[in-house]
Design a protein around this ligand. Structure first.
Ligand code: PNS
Length: 166
């Protein structure tokens, strides 16, 4: 069974993430979307909230039956071992992503040489998009209609506005 892990902060999930999930779902028997700690970011949403938003978004797309959502706070390679996976899937937007992603891919291979990272080029429609952009636009009252999955739109917009006031 080919099991891939798609790790990220997902704070919150965007349409760009959901696009990668849909495409990865067709390539592997199972895809585990793994919410992880990025020590250089301070998240707005808790693990449980991010997990609930991901699960709701995935459930809104018919046929995404091979997607599992998990959250963990350790090393990605340890999580991969626990879930019997050797393949990391990541979305790649711009050249600017490349340096950081390349460093992470090499770090993970250094920690375990069996681990492979596969990059999927993000759909051009979402190539500008990130969770940070969504939070910034939304907290300043901008329109994020094309940025967030419809299934989580209203609650996420309300929460971002509410939390960014504090
Ligand atoms: O969406 P992000 O913030 O770019 O995702 C980065 C993430 C969470 C995948 C990365 O920070 C990560 O793998 N964290 C888990 C801890 C770990 O294994 N770190 C060493 C590999 S760089």
């Amino acid at each position: 069974m080919r099991i891939a892990v798609y790790p990220g902060s997902f704070d919150p999930i965007t349409k760009g993430h959901l696009d990668i999930i849909k495409r990865a779902s067709k390539m592997f028997d199972k895809v585990i979307v793994a919410i992880a700690v990025n020590s250089s970011k301070r998240p707005m949403f808790t693990f449980d909230e991010r997990k609930a938003l991901l699960e709701k978004s995935v459930a809104s797309v018919p046929g995404l039956d091979n997607i599992q959502v998990e959250a963990f706070d350790g090393l990605l390679v340890d999580f991969m071992h626990q879930h019997d996976s050797r393949i990391i899937v990541k979305g790649l937007r711009f050249v600017s992503d490349f340096e950081y992603e390349f460093q992470m891919a090499l770090t993970n291979r250094k920690l375990d040489e069996e681990i492979e990272t596969m990059f999927m080029v993000t759909c051009y429609k979402y190539s500008y998009l990130s969770s940070s952009i969504v939070k910034e636009v939304c907290s300043l009252g901008g329109d994020v209609t094309d940025m967030l999955p419809e299934a989580i739109m209203d609650e996420t917009v309300a929460e971002i506005k509410n939390r960014s006031k504090k």
